[in-house]
Design a protein around this ligand. Structure first.
Ligand SMILES: *[C@@H]1O[C@H](CO)[C@@H](O)[C@H](O)[C@H]1NC(C)=O
Length: 386
């Protein structure tokens, strides 16, 4: 009989069987309970997995109840056997994921894509002593980090306890899609000097072999684990980007007979400062006599090729006093990658209105910093003293 003709109750039966393929993880945040309850044998059970298909697995479910423990995540195999797991787990795509987390109440976090795109497959329920997260009709795209946070509540005011989070990375191996879907044909990524850059070609299966490739010239990029490394939960990281890393790159995943390419990453190199600028302001003289000239200089050290923008604020600004600046860039001896940027504000024939605060503001891609100094203008007549 074709599935389409099944009656409502038969559907439920069919799905009842599907649902048994659920993976049930039991999570417990550290320190939640001060007096550990004893459950001699199942003591270590936190991750409970029932891989069984068919009706017999139904009876396996009640076993999953509440093995309280302070142990790391463990996996329960079919016949009540426990297996310690790391921080990742694989759930066949199409199966149901069920996570259980002790705590009252708990809050969940799911991969961003699931958060944005709630199509009714995700269900979160808070029970008296634990919360559950159930995700049905899973696909490879659901691959990602799932976490449970203990909530700290005062009356109705609750907040997350970040140090009391339990995280698990769940793979949903998809026999047709090795990479998590991407909505873009290509992605532009900025490579910033010495800043780790991630090429997020994530795979749905931890078994997939992933390599990195350059489009022109078409070569495989060496992944040595130091300059470039791969993490099956994240993708490739270029740890200290240099100009030669720029270009069009993509990942290739292979598993069995399947070989697929990821979305393309257009890497654009940006000379990026290590830190916000640290300008230094200096006056030719703290006290100037009316009619004399004044120079206020603002000096910023920085990496070569990194753009620094300097702006000035000064007392005569409000009345439109036309001052001018001289900007220069000079190399610094000793540090080949360093340069000095200097902006000099020139005040010709100082007047009373020029007394006050002079501020130099320097900005680069990392941030902005201002420095100020005060100028006193002395009247001309009193210049001479006996
Ligand atoms: C799961 O998939 C089945 C079959 O395609 C569908 O009937 C059901 O509505 C889906 N459930 C959810 C919550 O999307």
């Amino acid at each position: 009989m074709p599935l389409m003709n099944l009656s409502g109750s038969t559907w439920r039966l069919v799905f009842g069987v599907f649902l048994v393929c659920a993976v049930i993880l039991e999570l417990e945040a550290q320190g939640q309970r001060t007096t550990p309850r004893k459950t001699p044998k199942q003591n270590k059970a936190k991750l409970v997995r029932s891989t069984g298909e068919g009706p017999q697995a139904v009876t396996a479910k009640p076993k999953l109840k509440a093995p309280a423990a302070q142990a790391p995540l463990t996996q329960v195999l079919n016949k009540g056997k426990f297996k310690k797991i790391g921080e990742t787990v694989s759930v066949r795509s199409g199966d149901t994921l069920e996570l259980r987390c002790r705590g009252k109440p708990v809050q969940w976090s799911v991969p961003p894509y699931l958060e944005e795109d709630d199509d009714g497959r995700l269900k979160i329920v808070q029970h008296e002593r634990y919360g559950t997260l159930t995700l049905v009709n899973t696909t490879g795209a659901d691959t990602g980090e799932y976490a449970c946070y203990q909530m700290y509540c005062e009356d109705t005011d609750c907040r997350r306890e970040h140090n009391k989070a339990v995280k698990v990375f769940v793979f949903f191996p998809d026999p047709r899609e090795l990479f998590l879907p991407s909505s873009n044909y290509y992605e532009v990524i900025q490579l910033r000097t010495n800043w780790p850059t991630l090429l997020p070609c994530q795979v749905t299966s931890p078994e997939a072999k992933v390599t990195l490739h350059r489009e022109f010239p078409p070569v495989e990029v060496a992944v040595d684990g130091t300059e470039i490394s791969f993490d099956v939960k994240k993708g490739f990281t270029i740890h200290r980007p240099r100009p030669h890393h720029a270009g069009a790159l993509y990942c290739v995943a292979s598993l069995g007979n399947l070989r697929q390419s990821s979305t393309k990453y257009m890497l654009i190199y940006v000379h990026y400062p290590m830190a916000p600028p640290a300008p230094v302001i200096q006056l030719s003289s703290n006290s100037v006599v009316v009619g004399n000239n004044l120079r206020v200089s603002c000096t910023v050290m920085g990496e070569r090729d990194v753009v620094i923008d300097v702006t000035w604020e000064y007392p005569g600004q409000q009345i439109g006093r036309p001052l001018y600046t001289l900007d220069s860039i000079s190399p610094v001896s000793g540090g080949p990658a360093q340069q000095q940027f200097q902006s000099v504000l020139l005040v010709d024939e100082v007047r009373d209105v020029d007394s006050g605060t002079y501020t130099c503001t320097a900005q680069n891609l990392q941030g902005v910093k201002s420095v100020s100094t005060t100028v006193k203008v002395a009247p001309k007549a009193k210049a001479k003293k006996p």
